[in-house]
Write a new protein. Sequence first.
Length: 78
Amino acid sequence: MFLGSDDSITGLLRIAGWFPPFTNREASWLGLAFTRAPKPTVGSFLETLRSTEVGRQIHAKWREQLEAAAERAGPTTR
């Protein structure tokens, strides 16, 4: 799979068993935020994502989905 192609990212997510809850518009915005991040790091991407109202809304939606998935998975052992 080629890193960065829409097909490879979608494929990797499906292999992991997770389907993001984003509309096409939101997914496009996430891709744009990724390319505009000043550094190729998660922190830089998140800063860019949260720098606008749309990004903050997408981030909140993302967190809600992840937290719901974690609750469904149940407690973890550490």
